[in-house]
Design a protein around this ligand. Sequence first.
Ligand SMILES: [Zn+2]
Length: 89
Amino acid sequence: MRILFPHLAGLGSRRSAVGSTVRIEAVTGEDPVGCSGCGTLSGRVHSRYRRRLSDTSISGREVVITLRVRRLFCGNSDCGKTTFAEQVP
Ligand SMILES: [Zn+2]
């Protein structure tokens, strides 16, 4: 995983293969992250959703990558964002 998908290093992941398709489900951790509006750290989860990162192939097999990320509340009352989605490089 680290060699083929270094951008997913540090995330939890689960792999499965069905027929000629390899599915990778990556999830972010539970650590607090900074609000995209003000930088205030938050670990208070509003919701979670999946992003489909890319479809590619390795050795002729289709690879489907999904990333489960959190939408968090910003606790800074001066911030214009009530919630924000965590970002993954
Ligand atoms: Zn904020």
